[in-house]
Write a protein that binds this ligand. Structure first.
Ligand code: ADP
Ligand code: ZN
Length: 618
């Protein structure tokens, strides 16, 4: 970036947002925009996309319009900007007709630097009346994947954007942002939005501050409760697959004294809204929800995301888990796996109403793709390799093989010879004519005495009960390992039948031995967790002492008080990261306070002194 632009961008970053340096990708994107080029940023959730258009918006002459799909998202960003001393507004259906007219009036007078607008508004007379005569220097398309039918959140109203641009007398700089990684969607965005030789910047999908773990406990609820007790006072989300689970978990947690709210599509609008706000404003700590909750939730201080059930694919998992730690502080993502989750997800795939309208062939392709995704999600739950690596590879990136911040990298593994188990499982598949799914095979080898096994006459199979002493979870691990490494195949249809492969023969004949990594048995995952209790509030490697912990609590209370006065969520006042940094720096003067990350001029003027007083113990 030329030097002038660069120093100006830095200055704006510090003055309004209180940050000292740009994160990966930000400077490049800002430079491109300031050079007047169409710009396309692909960055994972939490990487800091908003800064990339907010900073140039403040430098450029004229108005920046931001097209955004969700009311909650707009509200959050506009509140954040207003708190930072930037004049911004949103135009969407949450405003009354009177409020809308007034906002447009102010907009015409040039009072706002940034205006967020819902795509549905773009072709309305009232809005056009303003837009056609305004000095619009940039048009930002946030969540740009909404324009693509390949994406998960296609919004037909996004297709209005191009027509809108054409109506403008002068084409503004266009910038688009998304967190969606797949090729089809990226290409679609460039094509459908008619971006002109855009500068495309992709930053890595890795989120190093997130810790990942999978557990398959016998008693999920007990393990989760244990986890939650280690995280009291922190904000977190628990995702469940179904409404029924949400209701059940919500009731149990409430009865056990946790501070919880719930959210699913079966609740009324009003109830959902209250629930969501209770969580965002930190009036309750834990949100129990289906995947209906989250799109557009910008709460940056979510310290953990627990999946009480395994989601349907890695895309969903990474998106949902990614709602943790958006402020860049350490956060945890734990998935509780059970075999039943696979069955439930299969059921969803087989009964997906969205697919009913598709023609037979397309439907089958879509279902196959979904089953394949589900299988890869299941493998995530069973892999002994670095979990982060597994995810990054899934999204087409390369990890280092060892991240040091996931359960697998941190637990002790031993290499175990599982040849005997493998022979038994493969033998059972072979002798039963390759007609059954994994559950039947595992149950047979284990010697389960169930109606299903008797009906299939598997109690007469030569391998029946052969490994009755080996726990079922271990048999499952081995059968998954065999699939993962191609010793078994599962048919890609609703029956998911296990078949032998070319590689099976050498194991069956005793020529090849199978070894795999397994967690050392004496250490139960839940206990490892307790021992390595991770500080929610570490700042890099910095560990808090008692005094600092107390100070942090005091600052948090002050923040809550101010948030109430200002009627904004606490994290809009200051992020956790900012409070943590204050505890470390313990500023005594204005200058020192301004050196704290996230403290800009405007916020300092507003409540910097109250925080100084709090730190001084006044
Ligand atoms: P995204 O839209 O990419 O999901 P956001 O724009 O919401 O991410 O940013 C996530 C968090 O990171 C916000 O709290 C934001 O203030 C913070 N952030 C963004 N850029 C920086 C930076 N350069 N330095 C410090 N924090 C930043
Ligand atoms: Zn790892």
């Amino acid at each position: 970036m030329d030097n002038h632009n660069r120093s100006q961008a830095k200055k704006v970053l510090k003055q309004y947002f209180g940050y000292d340096s740009f994160r990966e990708g930000q400077e490049e994107l800002i430079e491109s925009i300031l050079n007047g080029k169409d710009t396309f940023g692909i960055m994972p959730t939490g990487a800091g996309k908003s800064i990339c258009f907010q900073v140039p918006a403040l430098i450029m002459e004229g108005i920046t319009l931001v097209v955004s799909p969700l009311i909650s998202l707009m509200k959050d960003q506009v509140e954040g900007l207003n708190q930072a001393g930037v004049h911004a507004a949103y135009l969407n259906s949450s405003l009354t007709a009177g409020q809308y007219r007034k906002a447009l009036e102010f907009a015409k007078q040039g009072r706002y630097k940034l205006i967020y607008v819902a795509p549905e508004r773009l072709d309305t007379d009232l809005f056009l009346e303003f837009a056609l005569y305004a000095d619009i220097s940039m048009l930002v398309i946030d969540e740009a994947h909404c324009v693509s039918q390949w994406g998960q959140d296609f919004r037909p109203s996004y297709l209005k954007i191009v027509a809108f641009i054409k109506k403008l007398s002068k084409r503004p700089v266009i910038s688009a942002f998304t967190a969606t990684a797949t090729r089809e969607v990226r290409d679609d965005i460039i094509d459908l939005l008619l971006l002109q030789e855009p500068k495309v910047v992709t930053t890595g999908f890795d989120r190093p501050n997130l810790y990942f773990a999978v557990q398959s406990p016998k008693d999920k609820y007990a393990s989760m409760k244990n986890f939650l007790e280690l995280h009291t006072g922190q904000s977190g989300i628990i995702y469940c697959l179904t409404r029924k689970y949400v209701e059940e978990i919500y009731e149990r947690l409430k009865a056990d004294g946790f501070s919880v709210a719930k959210y699913h599509a079966g609740m009324g609008d009003g109830e959902r809204k209250t629930s969501q706000e209770d969580f965002i404003y930190s009036r309750v700590e834990i949100m129990v929800a289906t995947n209906a909750f989250g799109m557009g939730i910008d709460k940056s201080d979510v310290r953990f995301v627990v999946h009480y059930n395994m989601p349907k694919n890695m895309e969903s998992y990474y998106q949902e888990a990614g709602r943790a730690g958006r402020d860049g502080e350490a956060a945890e993502c734990v998935l509780f796996y059970a075999g039943q989750d696979v069955v439930t997800n299969q059921f969803f795939i087989d009964h997906n109403k969205d697919n009913q309208e598709l023609d037979e062939i397309t439907r089958r392709i879509v279902e196959e793709r979904d089953r394949d995704r589900l299988r890869k999600m299941t493998f995530y739950c069973f892999t002994n390799e670095c979990l982060r690596d597994y995810m990054l590879r899934y999204f087409g990136e390369y990890g280092s093989g060892y991240c040091g911040n996931c359960a697998n990298c941190l637990s002790q593994f031993e290499t175990v010879d599982v040849t005997e188990i493998a022979e038994s499982l493969l033998g059972c598949v072979q002798s039963s004519g390759q007609r059954f799914g994994t559950n039947v095979i595992v149950d047979t080898v284990h010697g389960a005495n169930t109606a299903k096994i008797r009906n299939y006459r598997m109690d007469g199979n030569p391998h029946y009960g052969e490994l009755s002493k080996t726990p079922v979870y271990k048999l499952r691990k081995v059968i998954n390992h065999l699939q993962l490494y191609g010793y078994l195949n599962v048919t890609n249809d609703e029956y998911a039948i296990v078949k032998l492969t070319e590689k099976s023969a050498s194991v069956l004949s005793g020529e090849e031995r199978i070894e795999m990594k397994m967690a050392k048995e004496q250490e139960h995952p839940a206990r490892i967790k307790t021992k390595k209790k991770r500080k929610g509030m570490a700042f890099g490697d910095y560990e808090f002492n008692r005094q600092e912990e107390e100070l942090f609590e005091k600052l948090r209370m002050l923040r809550t008080e101010i948030a109430k006065e200002e009627k904004v969520p606490p994290y809009i006042v200051f992020s956790d990261r900012t409070l943590v940094h204050m505890c470390i720096v313990k500023p005594e003067t204005k200058g020192e306070m301004l050196s704290v990350t996230g403290v800009g001029e405007f916020k300092y003027e507003k409540y910097g002194e109250r925080f100084l007083d709090c730190i001084a113990g006044k």
